[in-house]
Design a protein around this ligand. Structure first.
Ligand code: DQA
Length: 163
């Protein structure tokens, strides 16, 4: 049986928590540039994720903020408590060393998500600070990217709990 040291202090007998964190302007989904981001609202995406996470046996936290510091605080809170992070940091992806540092300190498996394919867009969107701390990135699949990210985390978490 895994002890606390092996699990980074997490209680492996409890339902694993996945924290889905969304950054600035994602509260505008549905009306914001639908040709780029689709017509689903952030609540639609939350409902999609909750239904999928239920099936996987995860407890889900789903949050959105327009403030960089909130994202930093939520990432810090995930340390030792959440089994995985899915993050769409919006425009902070391309600017925030603070979010990168928080993710590096958190030591929680992280999957980066973008609704749009950031590599087909403006050159300033091609670089991601988040990517340096993430296990991988999913971009260009719209809201389905969140589901792919949950599946990727499920595999990582199952893999890490095998003795
Ligand atoms: C985004 C891509 C970012 O470049 C942009 O600033 C966003 C949304 C996406 O989900 O495609 O706000 O993260």
């Amino acid at each position: 049986m895994a002890n606390e040291r092996e699990t980074g202090g997490r209680d492996v007998t409890a339902t694993p928590i996945i924290s889905i964190l969304n950054g600035p302007n994602l509260n505008m989904l549905g009306t914001r540039q639908p040709e780029v981001y689709g017509r689903e609202s952030i609540s639609d995406i939350e409902a999609l994720c909750r239904a999928h996470a239920d099936g996987q046996g995860f407890a889900l936290e789903f949050r959105q903020t327009n403030h960089e510091g909130d994202l930093v605080t939520w990432i810090q809170e995930a340390r030792g408590r959440a089994s995985g992070i899915v993050i769409n940091a919006g425009a902070y992806t391309h600017t925030s060393v603070a979010i990168l540092d928080a993710l590096l300190a958190a030591e929680v498996p992280t999957v980066e998500v973008h609704l749009s394919n950031i590599h087909q867009r403006d050159p300033f969107r091609h670089h991601s600070y988040v990517a340096k701390a993430a296990k991988g990135m999913i971009c260009g699949f719209g809201s389905h990217g969140y589901i792919l990210a949950l599946d990727a985390l499920a595999r990582l978490i199952k893999g890490s709990s095998q003795t």
